[in-house]
Design a protein around this ligand. Structure first.
Ligand SMILES: [Zn+2]
Length: 415
């Protein structure tokens, strides 16, 4: 199974917006942009909502059938480990093997020694075509890289082979992710990580490194855009070189996680992939849920009352809801409107605070981040929430499609 050049990960927390999401890909196609959708949902999201992997598959298949989509599409078991992969094996055809939790655990002395000796570059210099100057890679540097990553990639191999035994090697796309860590990987690390992946026999098609800067949930990139541009381009050149050197799949590409709403780096990503004629996978997840909330707000009446109840509840349970995502949130609690203030607003005011239009005077990134992690509160409403979505389906669908197409796809893929 070979993933297309441009793929875009979409999440659908409640499994109600598949058709509206797919519309965005039709709009892209009308402009001759060939993008494939990948529905992703992590184990954490399933647990929070109490959904199961089969639900994601059903929602994706339904959207495809309903709209007559003839292109490829995928269902991604996002951030899986050996301990939680089994329930996904039947339903997913894209597996994001997450090795972040293993980074830093050491392989055996024999394995470390062999890796260093086998891969130490001649004269201690690594040349990646397109990157100047060359990298100096001493035995100490190689040893440090091996100690940090070799064990983790060994674990990825175990997980990959477990999936392959059950699905067949051709039955799925493999991604390896290491984005949920403190330190960004540098180009030399990425190169030898890919070496180790190739040695494990993993036909990796997308790799998600950790980039410098903050990739918070649902808001823009925070960091040095110029530095990101250099890092992104170097990683991209590393993947090219690794394909040639190690015989990895020729469509190997970078995957950008927490990729929704990163408006300030989209032009850089777009420019670099066009410059080097490379593919990209952008993974977004939670913003479709936020568009549901925006749609319900705009609907007003009972629908907005439900939204303000969700907000009140979320505000009161701030620590509980934010703690699982502490690494990827920057919320200043005193910048959140008080629930009683929000209850005095109308739905348009709340929608303006929530919708990600950075220069809108009412946009509030703190409120947006809190709502991003508050889908648990909506899940607790059960059918009352799902019924409300159904009642305002058209209005919500418009928000969902517009968000994916106008604020994401167009900004990345259209010059
Ligand atoms: Zn991730």
């Amino acid at each position: 199974m070979q993933l297309e050049k441009y793929s875009f990960g979409i999440g659908d927390r409640f499994g109600q917006q598949g058709t509206a999401q797919l519309r965005a890909f039709y709009l892209a196609r009308e402009r001759d942009l060939h993008l494939v959708p990948v529905w992703n949902k992590s184990d954490r999201e399933h647990t929070t909502i109490q959904s199961v992997p089969a639900d994601t598959r059903i929602a994706a298949d339904e959207a495809v059938v309903r709209t007559g989509w003839e292109g490829s599409y995928y269902v991604d078991a996002d951030h899986i480990h050996l301990s939680n992969v089994d329930p996904y094996i039947r339903h997913a055809d894209f597996f994001t093997i997450d090795v972040a939790g293993y980074i830093g655990e050491k392989a055996t002395e024999n394995e470390l020694h062999a890796f260093v000796e086998d891969n130490l570059p001649q004269a201690g210099v690594l040349h990646i075509p397109g990157i100047e100057p060359h990298f100096v890679v001493t035995r100490e540097v190689m040893r440090r890289i091996a100690e940090k990553f070799l064990f983790a990639i060994g674990q990825a191999g175990i997980i990959y082979r477990h999936i392959a035994e059950n699905k067949g090697e051709e039955g799925f796309v493999t991604e390896i992710s290491m984005d949920e860590v403190e330190d960004a990987q540098d180009p030399v690390e990425l190169f030898y990580i890919l070496r180790a992946i190739a040695s494990e026999g993993i036909p990796v098609q997308t790799i998600a490194p950790k980039f410098s800067g903050r990739f918070n949930k649902g808001i823009d990139f925070r960091g040095d855009v110029a530095r990101f541009a250099v890092e992104f381009e170097q990683h991209l050149l590393v993947t090219n070189h690794a394909v040639k050197c190690f015989g990895l799949p020729s469509n190997l590409k970078l995957s950008v996680h927490s990729g929704s709403d990163k408006f300030s780096i989209y032009p850089v990503i777009g420019q670099m992939i066009r410059k080097h004629n490379k593919g990209i996978h952008i993974k977004t997840a939670g913003t479709t849920w936020l568009e549901e909330v925006i749609g319900l707000s705009l609907a007003g009446g009972d629908a907005f009352r439900m939204v303000s109840e969700i907000y009140t509840n979320a505000y009161d349970r701030f620590d509980e809801l934010c703690s699982p995502y502490a690494q990827v949130l920057d919320i200043e609690k005193n910048r959140l409107p008080l629930p009683k203030t929000v209850r005095g607003w109308d739905g348009d005011r709340f929608a303006a605070a929530l919708r990600h239009v950075p220069d809108h005077p009412e946009y509030n990134s703190h409120l947006r981040q809190l709502m991003h992690v508050s889908y648990k509160v909506a899940a607790e409403l059960g059918n009352a929430y799902i019924d409300m979505l159904a009642r305002h389906h058209t209005l919500i669908a418009r928000q969902v499609t517009e968000n994916i197409f106008e604020r994401h796809i167009q900004k990345i893929f259209v010059e």
